[in-house]
Design a protein. Structure first.
Ligand code: SF4
Ligand code: SF4
Length: 97
């Protein structure tokens, strides 16, 4: 039998404090650092789903007669407001609650 060139990897020898940032899950959500939030004018929204299609975080949710951003994930990029063909979305400054 051919001898292995290297010994098998022994993960018990990895120091516990090695690179803790990369090994621990972060609770940070993209919605935590939003500077502006999209606000939908429900009277103007025709549920065309363009905002849903273009949102880079896929956070737009369907409601009974309109679409709106899921604010936990929405990062406030404004793409939805830019792309809405009915100008139904306004970006407004985020305020601390
Ligand atoms: S793109 Fe505008 S009109 Fe279309 S679903 Fe979104 S908010 Fe409504
Ligand atoms: S602001 Fe950006 S992340 Fe938020 S819903 Fe609109 S497109 Fe999506």
């Amino acid at each position: 039998m051919r001898q292995q060139a290297r010994k098998p990897f022994d993960k018990s020898k990895i120091p516990q404090d090695l690179c803790p940032i990369a090994t621990e899950l972060s609770e940070l959500k993209t919605g935590d650092w939003r500077a502006e939030r999209p606000v939908v004018d429900r009277d103007k929204c025709v549920k065309c789903a363009t905002c849903w299609l273009y949102c880079p975080t896929q956070c737009v949710e369907e409601k009974p007669t309109w679409f709106e951003a899921g604010l936990e994930i929405c990062k406030g990029c404004g793409v939805c407001a830019q792309e809405c063909p009915h100008q139904a979305i306004a970006m407004v400054e985020e305020v601390e609650e």
